[in-house]
Design a protein around this ligand. Structure first.
Ligand code: NAD
Length: 284
């Protein structure tokens, strides 16, 4: 298999723009695709903002920032992905949407190109089976905010080949990430543990046991968590968190994974967390 010289990222949202930034920061050209120009430009603006912060903190020089920005190209045309060696899908957490997207991309990219998905919970085996390159499909689950978080969970579907896994593992290391490999299962490993904990914090809030502030202080000071569970829910996006809980609940058929009704209610209201300006906290 050839070396990865160019990457396509599908989705310019929270994760897509973070993944694109992480690739560009190690000198890899990236094509970032979203459904319309406004979404692409929003993603690029987030990257510029994030790089500016790194310059302010003296983590990056202005020249390094400019070099990274020059490596990122936005597009709304799926055919532009023809030229890349690896595609990382980071679109909305919805199985039907991801299957359609992966099938569309499958028809565009070269036969040796690996199709990675950043899904938080959806079965890699199922997504792979929907394509004509099941052995080249793998879960590459980054963490938020991508440029700062070291972990990448690599999820092998039943069909994922050793060669695909080895190549993606090496690629994750090139991004200065520390990959762990896990077997396909609803929610994989980290979200299987993390999301029910956040969901429980939402139950605690809805039962009126404490305020959102008190719950978060409790977990920060009592458990040394760097961020409280409700602030973390807002950072993840409440729609994404709900989608993960639904996959866990359906996948295990176990009531311990039922999404908190308050989480459902907030998503129905359009309160998605940081990205919509309001979640358990507000973001003016
Ligand atoms: P987001 O809502 O911020 O962004 C999703 C983006 O996908 C949007 O810009 C949307 O326009 C775009 N999109 C939707 N349909 C598309 C299509 N057909 N073609 C191209 N783009 C399309 O969501 P996010 O938080 O970035 O999540 C993206 C993926 O990453 C999800 O699978 C999610 O589960 C996963 N993930 C999220 C987090 C997190 O903390 N938010 C962490 C790890 C993994």
């Amino acid at each position: 298999m050839t070396k990865i010289n160019a990457v396509g990222v599908i989705g310019a949202g929270i994760m897509g723009n973070g993944i694109a930034q992480s690739c560009a920061m190690v000198g890899i050209p990236v094509l970032m695709l979203d459904i319309n120009e406004a979404a692409v430009q929003k993603g690029i603006a987030k990257i510029v903002n994030s790089l500016d912060r790194l310059v302010k903190n003296h983590t990056l020089s202005v020249a390094e920032k400019d070099a990274a920005i020059a490596l990122i190209t936005g597009t709304t045309d799926i055919n532009a992905l023809k030229s890349v060696d690896l595609v990382i899908e980071a679109a909305t957490e919805n199985q039907a949407l991801k299957i359609k997207l992966l099938q569309d991309v499958d028809g565009v990219i070269g036969e040796n190109v690996i199709l990675a998905t950043n899904t938080s919970s959806i079965s890699i085996t199922k997504l792979a089976a929907a394509t004509k390159r099941a052995d080249k499909v793998i879960g590459m689950h980054f963490f938020n905010p991508v440029p700062l978080m070291e972990l990448v969970e690599l999820i092998r579907g039943l069909q994922t080949s050793d060669a695909t896994h080895a190549k993606v593992e090496e690629f994750a290391q090139r991004l200065n990430k520390s990959p762990i490999t896990v077997r396909n299962n609803p929610g994989f490993v980290v979200n299987r543990i993390l999301c029910p904990m956040i969901n429980e914090a939402i139950f605690v809030l809805s039962e009126g046991l404490a305020t959102a502030e008190a719950i978060d202080i409790g977990m920060k000071l009592g458990c040394k968590h760097p961020i409280g569970p409700l602030a973390l829910a807002d950072m993840i996006g409440l729609d994404t968190l709900l989608a993960v809980m639904e996959v866990l609940y359906d996948g295990f058929n176990d009531s311990k994974y039922r999404p908190a009704p308050l989480l459902k209610e907030m998503v129905a209201a359009g309160y998605m967390g940081r990205k919509s300006g309001r979640g358990f906290f507000t973001y003016p």
